[in-house]
Design a protein around this ligand. Structure first.
Ligand code: SAH
Ligand code: SF4
Ligand code: F3S
Length: 457
């Protein structure tokens, strides 16, 4: 499975002993944690129809582009990727090409018309039907688009093949889907539907199966995990997951600043397994812009939460998302964002230029549109500042000891191991005494742009 930058998840390898009917699937994943989770599910479900995952699209009998439509650029990438895979179909006409994810949800039948070489379009609520859809097409069925949306989960929606849990040091577990917030710029509520939470029993069952198969780290995922409503609250759910033996680390993504409760903030101090790392998207430091975005918090209430977190947990890693050049953002609004970035010193920022999304409220804010050259300049000013902060923060880790969850061999150098600190920083190091799945104390001896160098104590 190819993951595009930002999606940060390891590939999936499902071993099969019987290779007489082996077929290969290649999945290219764009976008957020929800798509990464959905790609994992598709690989697992397709294993039941004898598909093995490959990293090589040329070898594939089935190619799926799991797409993102959060920004115009993300959407354009899909069309260029699909065009590349189209050429493979000339050499191998039986190759099936599918589009899933948020562009699929939005484009539906229109994508089949626009791209006559695409065989199937699978919407965000229909991932669990993947095997049935593929079998139908393989059996000579018509090209099809499946994009119905549902208010709840169907009982089998998360039922995975037991084999797919094996050899996963870390795994994304969906606890909810959809979003009710309708921030004025955002397409997500339209392509993922309204919020619906998975039952506690179902989530626990999945995490127990993962723990039994050796998984050490669970990331609870949803567009807005703090809005989880089940038999327990979101902090209650974390407590239950932390009780599961074998699971060593628990993370979650994404949280909305307006919904992060004091109970959740204090939970970091009570649950050792809950790692001290939080992604809390700010979007803008200007109250005027936040108001127009419909975010439901102010820069002051955001900072009050950050200050409490920093006071309680000085080592906590905090990351964020920022949009620059939202319609109407003037120099003083942008300066307010820069000030918060300087004050918080985030461990990482995902920063974007505002991109108009069809059908959203902000599409109407055309009169306040920001010129592209100004948007570009603001983005690079912000990114330069963050680069400096990032370097400083990485260097500050040199000389510390970090508990690293070992994930396996480093991709760049197979003689080395790679793992992550509780704050999710990549550490590469050499040793013979530990294996994937171990948590080891590693002394940090060097800091690079995207990773740390360590020595095993
Ligand atoms: N649910 C999360 C965000 C999901 S979308 C939250 O509310 O924080 C991921 C990120 O994409 C957002 O945080 C935002 O920074 C960015 N984004 C969303 N819509 C965008 C748009 N129209 N233009 C530019 N960036 C956008
Ligand atoms: Fe989009 Fe806002 Fe929902 Fe996040 S909270 S997914 S930014 S609408
Ligand atoms: Fe993109 Fe869909 Fe996620 S639009 S950010 S893949 S919910």
């Amino acid at each position: 499975m190819k993951n595009n930058p930002g999606s940060g998840q390891v590939g999936i390898n499902i071993a099969k002993s019987d290779d007489k009917a082996v077929k290969y699937v290649f999945i290219e994943t764009f976008g957020c944690q929800m798509n990464v989770g959905d790609s994992e599910r598709m690989v697992s479900l397709l294993a039941d129809s004898d598909f093995i995952e490959t990293e090589d699209p040329k070898k594939a009998d089935l190619i799926i582009l799991n797409t993102c439509s959060v920004r115009d650029k993300a959407e354009q990438k899909v069309y260029s990727s699909a065009g590349r895979y189209r050429e493979l179909k000339t050499e191998k006409p039986e190759l099936i090409l599918g589009i899933s994810g948020c562009v699929a949800q939005q484009g539906g039948e229109g994508l089949l018309k626009r791209m006559p070489y695409v065989d199937m379009v699978v919407g965000t609520h229909n991932v669990h039907k993947i095997s049935a859809i593929v079998s139908q097409i393989r059996g000579g069925g018509k090209r099809r688009s499946t994009t119905e949306m549902y208010d709840g989960f169907s009982p089998d929606e998360y039922a995975l093949n037991a084999d797919s849990y094996k050899n996963k040091i870390k795994f994304f577990v969906s606890i909810m889907r959809g979003c009710n917030n309708f921030c004025t710029y955002c397409i997500v509520p339209y392509v993922r539907g309204r919020e619906v939470s998975r039952s506690l029993a179902d989530i626990e069952k999945e995490v127990n199966a993962l723990a039994g198969a050796g998984t050490k780290e669970i990331t609870l995922i949803g567009q807005n995990v703090n809005s989880y409503v089940g038999e327990v609250s979101f902090p209650g759910l974390i407590k239950r997951i932390c009780l599961i033996g074998g699971i060593e680390r628990v993370r979650f993504v994404t949280s909305h600043p307006k919904d992060i409760s004091e109970e959740l903030i204090y939970l970091y101090g009570e649950e050792e397994k809950l790692v001290k790392s939080l992604h809390l998207p700010l979007q803008s430091g200007s109250d005027k812009v936040l108001g127009r975005m419909g975010r439901g918090y102010t820069s002051g209430s955001y900072m009050a939460k950050i200050n409490l977190l920093k006071k309680l947990y000085p080592d906590m890693a905090i990351t964020t998302d920022i949009i620059v050049a939202f319609p109407g953002e003037d120099e003083s609004d942008f300066a307010a964002t820069m000030n918060i970035v300087k004050e918080v010193e985030f461990d990482g920022i995902f920063s974007f230029k505002y991109s108009v999304r069809p059908g959203t409220k902000a599409e109407e804010f055309t009169a306040d549109h920001i010129e592209p050259d100004i948007a570009k300049k603001r983005l690079s000013t912000l990114q330069e500042l963050q680069k400096e902060i990032g370097k400083r923060k990485s260097r500050a880790l040199v000389g510390t000891d970090q508990m690293v969850l070992v994930e396996g061999r480093s991709k760049a150098d197979a003689s080395e191991l790679t793992g992550r600190t509780p704050c999710n920083r990549v550490v590469n190091f050499s040793t013979k005494n530990i294996v994937a799945g171990d948590i080891a104390s590693i002394s940090i001896v060097g800091a690079y742009a995207n990773s740390l160098r360590g020595e095993c104590l």
